[in-house]
Design a protein around this ligand. Structure first.
Ligand SMILES: CCCCCCCCCCCC(=O)SCCNC(=O)CCNC(=O)[C@H](O)C(C)(C)COP(=O)(O)OP(=O)(O)OC[C@H]1O[C@@H](n2cnc3c(N)ncnc32)[C@H](O)[C@@H]1OP(=O)(O)O
Length: 147
């Protein structure tokens, strides 16, 4: 696994996101790492992010985890393809399928893979696991910010 998190390579002006900005003291500060041919993020949500039934995670938080990790996956995949430094991608489209209720209290693992890279546009497929259980999947289209 690559030691440096993708989010730690974002330029300062793009490091303030609630989900993944290293400079957002009130945010989740998600970290994503390239491993093999995919990108991995692990996170244990706090219990107050419940969806209403204690012990299960709010769907908006699930979407946030997929969203921010998808952006990191796109940035890493594009960088690996082009040989250029990590750049910032933003979400143009986010589709989430909630497959099973997601428990709170255990570490979640989100896996992302780029399925298509076309100029500034990267399509990413994501899976969110709680242990061995696949709880959600995502499909995203991300666009590289212009310089
Ligand atoms: C100082 C700056 C601050 C910008 C600061 C931004 C940092 C914010 C970081 C926050 C991170 C998030 O929360 S992200 C979640 C919220 N997301 C946003 O707020 C993004 C709002 N949307 C936008 O700003 C824009 O629509 C963009 C950047 C996504 C795309 O605009 P653009 O840069 O003009 O690019 P555009 O030519 O339209 O599209 C490039 C390619 O992507 C395709 N494409 C675009 N949108 C879609 C789409 N929904 N579904 C399918 N494909 C799409 C186009 O067809 C094209 O493909 P082809 O013809 O080349 O094949």
């Amino acid at each position: 696994m690559c030691d440096t998190a993708i989010q730690d390579l974002y330029a300062e002006e793009f490091a303030n996101c609630f989900g993944c900005g290293r400079n957002n003291q009130h945010g989740l500060q998600l970290k994503s790492h390239w491993q093999g041919d995919e990108c991995i993020c692990r996170h244990t949500p706090k219990s107050h992010y419940t969806g209403g039934v204690p012990g299960f995670l709010y769907g908006g938080m699930i979407a946030s985890l997929i969203d921010c990790h998808g952006a990191a996956t796109a940035a890493a995949a594009k960088s690996r393809e082009s040989g250029e430094p990590i750049s910032r991608f933003v979400t143009a489209s986010l589709n989430v399928d909630f497959v099973k209720p997601t428990p709170i209290g255990i570490e979640l693992e989100i896996r992302g893979k780029a399925t298509e890279i076309k100029n500034r546009k990267v399509t990413v497929a994501l899976q969110l696991f709680a242990g061995e259980t696949l709880c959600a999947t995502g499909k995203m289209i991300l666009v590289q910010l212009k310089n």
